[in-house]
Design a binder for this molecule. Structure first.
Ligand code: 9MR
Length: 375
């Protein structure tokens, strides 16, 4: 599928080429979206209808993180996460739990004693186990798969310092996977990280998977978050990671895909503690409209990524976008606060964007070609 198909998709209007089905129906893998409470708590609404039509998997953007579920030891808040799961079940979607063990959005109490001193290894393990058992146990048989550990490796392939690693030791990841498996033996279990295109992180994560397989620790897939920009990372760098994962016997998932359309003010990372001061030059399109040439470049970037994903549909189990509309995206406030970004498939007005049309058409053409070839 070269320039021609892309150009064709770019000029056709959605109504002309697409029927009443959704983007998910053209995809050979699960097609998901991260949704915030505003969509599922007040469903049905315009956004929830878009989610139902175009996606068959959902991830909670923030509502199942430790800070949301267990703000104080032993005090669980289930009201919002219950509604999230009910929304997914009503629509027969694959529901993803995000995330059990992370150093961000995890309350301080997990890591300290009553007097403020650091909790020891046994206490941390007991708290981790209790949290995982409570959360995974509550949704046993209802959540398809869990991001068990999020963002533990640095770009060099080592575990970076964190209260979990420092307090428990390097086996904290394995323990988390074992506890999750105990709590729901049928749930899929994933490791999830950003910058998965870097050679170092790829090596570190692949090595972890290999060891888990050797020891019989369940791991089903590795999530490549894929917070991308217009200029990078290279498609081939992501592709190398997908191939490396396949070689050690796990699926790859694209778990948090978005493509920022703004000039990059920093290295590519999703580490939320890194920030950059506001500067007008990093926020050039404040009125909610992208210049046509940038819009095309942005659509082309998505098109190229999906072309590669579709080629690896035997290994890629799911592709999930990190948000529904541009107005929802975390990128409007990261790493520079108060910008207007355009990273997702639907505009601030809820209309389907050029990037979505191009990708949808590409997926349809790929499916047609496959069925003609009898594959
Ligand atoms: O999109 C999420 C944003 O609303 C939160 O403020 C932020 C806080 O940690 O988390 C964002 O989601 C992150 C995800 O949970 C893990 N990978 C990076 C994502 C973007 O920061």
């Amino acid at each position: 599928m070269g320039k021609l198909a892309f150009a064709a998709a770019a000029v056709l209007s959605v109504g002309a080429i697409f029927g009443a089905d959704g983007i998910k129906d053209a995809m050979p893998f699960k097609f998901g979206v991260a949704i915030p409470a505003r969509i599922f708590m007040r469903a049905p609404n315009d956004s929830s209808r878009l989610v139902e039509r175009h996606f068959n998997s959902i991830t909670p953007e923030n509502e199942m993180k430790p800070a949301s579920l267990q703000p104080k030891e032993g005090e669980f808040r289930w009201d919002v996460s219950d509604r999230f799961v009910a929304f997914g079940e009503k629509n027969k979607m694959k529901i993803i739990g995000h995330c059990l063990v992370w150093h961000n959005q995890t309350p301080h109490w997990f890591f300290v004693n009553a007097d403020g001193s650091k909790a020891d290894r046994e206490t941390l393990i007991a708290r981790m186990r209790a949290h995982i058992h409570a959360v995974v146990g509550r949704y046993k048989g209802r959540i398809h798969g869990w991001d068990v550990v999020n963002e533990a490796f640095d770009d060099g392939g080592r575990l970076h310092p964190s209260p979990w690693r420092d307090g428990i030791g390097e086996d904290f990841i394995e323990l988390a996977f074992r506890f999750a498996h105990e709590a729901d033996p049928d749930a899929e279990l994933y490791y999830n990280d950003f910058n998965m295109f870097t050679a170092g992180k790829r090596r570190g994560v692949v090595e972890m998977v290999r060891k888990f397989k050797e020891k019989g620790v369940r791991i089903d897939a590795v999530g490549l978050q894929s917070h991308a920009g217009l200029k990078g990372p290279k498609v081939e760098e992501y592709e190398a990671t997908i191939e490396a994962l396949a070689s050690v016997g796990v699926k790859a998932m694209i778990t948090e895909l978005d493509v920022s359309a703004l000039p990059s003010a920093w290295g590519l990372t999703a580490e939320i503690t890194s920030r950059h001061d506001y500067d007008e030059k990093y926020n050039p399109w404040k009125d909610g409209v992208l210049p046509k040439d940038i819009e095309k470049e942005h659509a082309r970037r998505y098109f190229d990524l999906f072309k590669m994903y579709l080629r690896h549909a035997d290994v890629i189990d799911r592709v999930t976008l990190w948000g529904l509309t541009d107005g929802d995206s975390w990128l409007n406030d990261f790493p520079v606060r108060g910008r207007t970004d355009y990273p997702l498939f639907f505009g601030r007005d809820g209309q389907m964007k050029l990037c979505a049309k191009a990708v949808w058409r590409l997926a349809q053409q790929t499916a047609e070609k496959k069925s003609k070839n009898g594959k």
